[in-house]
Design a protein around this ligand. Structure first.
Ligand code: TYM
Length: 355
């Protein structure tokens, strides 16, 4: 019996400014995983339609995320970088998953509740079904590992539920076609067509918070630009935003426990740790007992040192749209071939006639 080969998949939406949370929570991990496994990184343009249907600059935003991937060090020759809408099999599998998943599962998603707000009846059907497309993104490649920030955890649990239900509902037909793969889920060894994907979340930067309010996550949609560091900010802007970041009047503690109930201090220590590839403990070993008047300039220098080269490289790559579009076209062709192989199996398992 075969087993799943490790394969990493993740996606980023082309909606507005990429920020430090996206970089530390996701893109930096994408880069690190390249040495260990095959990776597929996707600009999820279809997902972005759930936030804004009519865009004047969706193409440019798609190129901008691609440029951020490449500028951060993702290798599009060794791995696959493409935009989701080029591979129609994502939408095809999402439809099938819409028939596997239950409305109740979708209604429970906290991101749906947050984004739909009070007037849920008026939210788009796409917003409700968003996690089903996300499951399809991952499972159309039968990916085993998905690096994301903490906010995507619930969506990945749903991806696991969808895979499990598909494997169970079609177990007989999967076995009859010899398409079952053995896998370890917790203590158990089970068989199925889709892997039960592992989220790759964690480290000090899994949830970067707003610089203005330590109880809110750093987000593209926050109306205050001071709340986030954008990947395209210049050195002066980065320094200014860190200087203005909300803090409390106390010195930094020397133990991580001392950061409890100090969300802003906790966040800045997490950002330092994420940028410097350190743990929060190591940061506090260096800065414990120091005031923010010492820590903030050190953090600003580190942020500029790490982010300015990425921003510069992004601008250089963005200027060459022919190159960026070529990367996406080539990645789309390679991704499409893999996705079609899965869909041939899936159509056969379900009983959808094909040649
Ligand atoms: P998106 O585009 O909102 O965010 C991209 C990645 O950035 C992470 N992230 C953060 N990490 C730490 N702190 C923050 N403040 C922060 N804000 C965002 C997100 O967790 C994410 O990893 N649904 C996904 C896109 C998606 C996807 C997928 C991801 C679509 N299909 C398949 C993985 C696999 C999203 O909206 O990410």
């Amino acid at each position: 019996m075969s087993s799943f080969k490790p394969l990493v998949f993740s996606g980023v939406q082309p909606t507005g400014n990429l920020h430090l949370g996206n970089y530390l929570g996701a893109i930096k991990k994408f880069v690190a995983l390249q040495d260990q496994s095959d990776c597929i990184y996707c600009v999820v343009d279809l997902h972005s339609l759930t936030a804004q249907l009519v865009h004047d600059d969706l193409e440019d935003q798609t190129r901008q995320i691609t440029a951020a991937f490449l500028a951060s060090g993702i290798d599009p020759m060794k791995h696959i970088v493409f935009n989701q809408s080029r591979v129609m099999q994502h939408a095809e599998l999402a439809w099938i998953f819409n028939c596997v998943a239950r409305i109740g599962w979708m209604n429970r998603m906290t991101q749906f509740k947050d984004k739909a707000g009070k007037d849920r009846e008026n939210a788009s059907l796409g917003l409700l079904a968003y996690p089903s497309l996300m499951a399809a993104d991952i499972l159309v490649y039968r990916a085993t590992h998905v690096p994301v920030g903490e906010d995507q955890k619930q969506h990945l649990e749903l991806t696991r539920d969808i895979a499990q239900k598909f494997n169970n509902d079609f177990s007989g037909r999967i076995a009859a076609r010899g398409l079952g793969v053995e896998m370890q889920v917790g203590e158990e060894t089970v068989q199925g067509y889709f892997p039960i994907t592992e989220p790759v979340i964690g480290g000090p930067a899994a949830r970067i918070m707003s610089l203005r309010d330590g109880s809110k996550k750093m987000s593209k949609s926050d109306p205050s630009d001071l709340s986030r560091i954008n990947l395209t900010d210049d050195a002066d802007t980065i320094s200014k935003k860190i200087k203005k970041a909300k803090t409390d009047p106390d010195a930094l503690p020397s133990e991580v426990k001392g950061l409890e109930s100090r969300p802003e201090a906790d966040n800045l220590v997490g950002i330092y740790a994420g940028l410097a590839d350190m743990t929060a403990e190591q940061v506090l070993a260096e800065f414990g007992g120091r005031q923010f008047s010492v820590f903030k300039p050190a953090l600003a220098d580190l942020a500029v040192e790490k982010l300015a080269p990425v921003a510069g490289e992004m601008r250089r790559i963005m200027a060459d749209t022919t190159y960026v579009d070529g990367v996406l076209r080539d990645g789309g062709e390679r991704a499409g071939a893999l996705a079609e192989a899965t869909m041939r199996d899936v159509r056969s398992i379900i009983g959808l006639l094909q040649d």
